[in-house]
Design a protein around this ligand. Sequence first.
Ligand SMILES: Nc1ncnc2c1ncn2[C@@H]1O[C@H](COP(=O)(O)OP(=O)(O)O)[C@@H](O)[C@H]1O
Ligand SMILES: [Mg+2]
Length: 139
Amino acid sequence: MIDTPRQLKIPAIDPDFFILNEDRIVLERFKKMSEKHPVNLLVTGNQGCGKSSLVRQFAGIYKRPMATFQVGLLSESGELFGQQRLKGGETFYKEFLFPEAIQTPGCVIHLEEINRSESPHALNELFSILSEDRCIWID
Ligand SMILES: Nc1ncnc2c1ncn2[C@@H]1O[C@H](COP(=O)(O)OP(=O)(O)O)[C@@H](O)[C@H]1O
Ligand SMILES: [Mg+2]
C-alpha cells in the first residue's frame, strides 16, 4: 500500500539553494504558463543534481501548495487515488491526498521517479490525468 502525504503545504524557501538567474527566468515563465492552464514539466538530470529540491523551491518561491508522490513505488493502478478499507465490519473508500492535490488550483504535484516505476501499468490512470483532457473516472 502506498500511503500518501497527509496534507498540502507550501514548502519553505532554502536560502542556500542556488538558482542561476537564467533559470529563474525559466521558472517565472513556467509560473505564468501554469496560471493559464495546468502544465506538465519533465525534470531530468543525474541523481543528486537538484531536481527534487528545485521543484520544492519553485513551490516555495511562488507560494504554491505542494505534494510529492513516490510514483516509482506504485505497484497497482488506482493506488494513488484511494483504497477500500474496513471499519466496523463495513468497507469504505478512503480517498488519498492525490485527488485533493489535482483539484487544488496552483498545486505543485511532484511525481518523483516517474521513469522508474516497477510496474508500468500502475501509471495508466496517471497518464489520463496528465493528458490534454485531464479527466479520469474512478469507480
Ligand atoms: N542548486 C542547489 N543549491 C543548493 N543545494 C543543492 C542544489 N542542487 C542540489 N542541491 C542539494 O543536493 C542534494 C540532492 O538534491 P536532490 O534535489 O535530492 O537531487 P535529485 O532529486 O536530482 O536526485 C540536496 O541536499 C540538495 O539540497
Ligand atoms: Mg529527486
